[in-house]
Design a protein around this ligand. Sequence first.
Ligand SMILES: [Zn+2]
Length: 78
Amino acid sequence: MIRMEISFLPLLYAAVLLVAVLVVWLAGAWREWRRRRREWRELGQCRLCATWVRPAATELWRCPSCRALNERTVPADL
Ligand SMILES: [Zn+2]
């Protein structure tokens, strides 16, 4: 059994709580980063009028504002 002074217990509880909060916060931030990255990869930009759209999963998609045909490309990360 680990022996410690009673005055050390609040510090130990605070440290455990802070570590738990940090882990939950990091997990949430990581999920948000993955969600934004996935949304960014699904976007497409028209080569003619530079409109950002969410095209269908086909190789060729038509721009809704200028009706130009565009190829599906994977944009670079931000
Ligand atoms: Zn366009």
